[in-house]
Write a protein that binds this ligand. Structure first.
Ligand code: HPA
Length: 256
């Protein structure tokens, strides 16, 4: 039973993983975003997979989410800590903020989003009332607290299709719907993990104010990259804190 980290924009590599090997896993759904990086971080065994590929070349709507989750399941992964960049909608969730969402709304379309299709014995509807695993959410929050970071507990993630950013009117709609942050990769990743019975929680890193939140301003990739560069240093500290903590249950010492 192993722990995996799925990295998002700004987290295509994790430095400091020791004893590294790379494993190419083929799945019935095609290729994952890259070979799995398997190694040891802070003395804990960990599997790392960058969602957009090691060179950050796979756009959100073309990530093979099913292959990624399937490959992790093949490695006996039972917990996933995901990291994802988002745009901030809620006034408290501005650039540089770290959020551990507790809800999501899915606006994506046309993405293969279930393992339950094809020649099935029966139809299965997974429970998804609470899309994120509470104990893993607390793992993130506790690490944030131990490091003295201002991590926000809870919020609703709106998953949009991308790869373009939203219009101001779309963001107003997300706001009316109750979304606090907006990103492009949260779904179907979360539901596939649920179907695969892998615990899953996400740490959202606010890269920019969502489109139109500040009248007249547009969203620039330069701004996003600059903010993420700073914030990912904190994310790396959070991940190290989690793996280096006393929580021996999370820290498996048998190699995946
Ligand atoms: N919208 C959608 N996804 C994002 C954004 C955004 O503003 N910023 C980072 N990922």
């Amino acid at each position: 039973m192993h722990l995996a980290i799925i990295g998002g924009t700004g987290l295509s590599q994790i430095e400091g993983i020791e004893d590294v090997r790379h494993k190419v896993v083929s799945t019935p759904f095609g290729e994952p975003s890259g070979p799995l990086t398997i190694g040891r971080l802070q003395g804990c065994d960990v599997v790392f997979l960058p969602r957009h590929g090691y060179n950050h070349r796979i756009p959100p709507h073309q990530v093979n989410y099913r292959a990624n989750i399937w490959a992790l399941q093949e490695m006996d992964v039972s917990r996933i800590l995901a990291v994802a960049a988002v745009g901030g909608i809620h006034p408290d969730m501005g650039p540089g903020g770290l959020i551990v969402p507790d809800q999501l709304i899915d606006y994506t379309w046309g993405r293969p989003s279930t393992f339950y299709e094809g020649d099935l014995d029966s139809v299965t509807h997974v429970d998804f009332t609470y899309p994120y695993d509470q104990s893993l959410r607390e793992t993130f929050l506790q690490a944030g607290q131990e490091l003295g970071l201002n991590m926000i507990d809870g919020g609703t993630y709106g998953a949009t299709q991308g790869p373009r950013l939203e219009t101001a009117a779309e963001v107003r709609r997300l706001q009316r719907d109750g979304c606090d942050v907006v990103g492009m990769t949260g779904m179907p990743e979360a539901v596939l993990a649920r179907e695969a019975e892998i615990q899953y929680a996400s740490l959202n890193v606010v890269a920019n104010w969502a489109a139109g939140i500040h009248d007249g301003e547009t969203v620039s990739m330069e701004g996003i990259e600059k903010t993420l560069g700073r914030s990912m240093r904190q994310v790396r500290r959070v991940l190290k804190q989690i793996l280096g903590g006393e929580d021996s249950e999370l820290c498996s010492t048998t190699r995946p």
